[in-house]
Design a protein around this ligand. Structure first.
Ligand code: NAD
Length: 357
């Protein structure tokens, strides 16, 4: 078992990784949470694969399981699905000592965390990520959200899980597109603060296990989250590529997945930073090459006007300014506060040469 602790001052919790962990998750959870009603929230793709294993283990440890299966995809990060989840818990008479468990990717994690955070003003929840993206990033840190018509993740709250349990065996059923989504967030961690991790993705080193990649990403994120749990300072760094990425996701009506959109966002800020002399052209090229090598896009067909308009409603905007993250070298980034006009100029600087803005 590999364990990384998220050492928040008022709530430290473990992120545990082990092959086959789903088969004994009940006993591991029971060490921290007394047996109770457990709403296992998952989606229609994950349920046939892993719900039976998780349910069996929970029941064996004395939990009473309420499965709630929602449609797969970003569309389930909505108030409609959130209402279904909390109404189902209420109809089953869940009390404050009962619990929720997110079994799935980042969509399920964000939805479950929000439901657990608002039901009875907050019940405990556990994250069991089944995508690489959720394992390396979304399951840790307590950000929860649903989307609004106006934009991505615009309604949500901070609610930290009691624990995160990751069974890397579950990643074996992911398709290549989902693996690439996870690679985007892992490459982000590499650019932010782990040049060795970046090099693994740059060289395509096949000997590195998912367990090691997840542990490295979680260790980096845990450190940042412990320092700034509610994103007033350093946690903003984790938004590298996300301002433009969220605009791309929204512009595509969520047809472009989160990881792919973040890759486009990172490519834009890398090109813009190089153009402005903040990042060497060599490191910008390394970032673009590494994204492409991992089957990720580095350009979008959406025009400047569309992206610029959508970045203005991003939740990272504060008043008329927005904080963007710009790479300085592989393993180090900095925050820059931009006005709306400057944001438009940054997007323009990030457009690939030869592409129309
Ligand atoms: P996702 O949850 O939609 O999962 C992608 C697809 O994989 C879905 O179709 C799902 O059914 C399927 N799937 C999940 N596990 C599987 C498995 N083991 N085998 C086969 N199929 C499986 O997408 P995602 O990429 O995991 O997460 C993206 C979401 O995460 C976005 O909404 C994003 O905003 C959010 N996110 C949140 C945070 C955070 O800190 N809260 C961080 C990053 C991303």
């Amino acid at each position: 078992m590999t364990t990384v602790t998220v050492a928040l001052t008022d709530h430290a919790y473990p992120v545990m990784m082990e092959q086959g962990l789903r088969h004994r998750c009940g006993a591991v959870i029971a060490e921290r949470i007394a047996p109770c009603k457990m709403a296992v929230i998952t989606d229609e793709n994950v349920a046939p694969l892993y719900l039976a294993d998780v349910t069996a283990s929970l029941e064996q440890a004395g939990f009473s399981v309420l499965p709630i299966v929602v449609a797969p995809g970003e569309g389930s990060k909505s108030f409609t699905t959130l209402a279904t989840v909390v109404e189902t818990m209420a109809a089953t008479k869940f009390t404050r000592t009962d619990c929720a468990l997110a079994l799935g990717g980042g969509v399920i994690g964000d939805l479950t965390g929000f439901a657990a955070g608002c039901y009875l003003r907050g019940i405990s929840f556990v994250q069991m990520p089944t995508t690489l993206l959720a394992a390396v990033d979304a399951s840790v840190g307590g950000k929860t959200a649903v989307n609004l018509d106006a934009g991505k993740n615009l309604a949500g709250l901070f609610h930290q899980p009691q624990m995160v349990l990751c069974d890397p065996q579950c990643l074996a059923t992911l398709n290549q597109h989902c693996i690439a989504d996870g690679a985007a967030e892992a490459i982000k961690t590499g650019i932010l603060g782990d040049s060795e991790l970046f090099a693994i993705y740059e060289s395509g080193d096949p000997s590195t296990s998912y367990e090691e990649i997840i542990a490295r990403c979680v260790a980096y994120k845990a450190k940042i989250v412990a320092e700034d749990p509610t994103e007033h300072s350093v946690r903003k760094l984790l938004n590298l590529g996300h301002t433009i990425g969220h605009a791309v996701e929204r512009a595509s009506d969520f047809g472009i997945s989160h990881g792919h959109a973040v890759a486009i966002g990172m490519a834009y800020v890398a090109r813009a930073a190089a153009k402005r002399g903040m990042l060497s052209h060599k490191d910008a090229q390394r970032i673009l090459h590494t994204l492409q090598r991992n089957a990720l896009p580095v350009e979008t067909a959406f025009d400047l006007q569309t992206l610029d308009t959508l970045t203005k409603v991003d939740k990272k905007a504060a008043g008329s300014s927005i904080t963007v993250i710009l790479p300085e070298r592989i393993g180090s980034c900095r925050m820059e506060k931009l006005s709306s006009d400057d944001m438009g100029a940054l997007i323009l600087d990030g457009v690939q040469e030869g592409a129309s803005a």
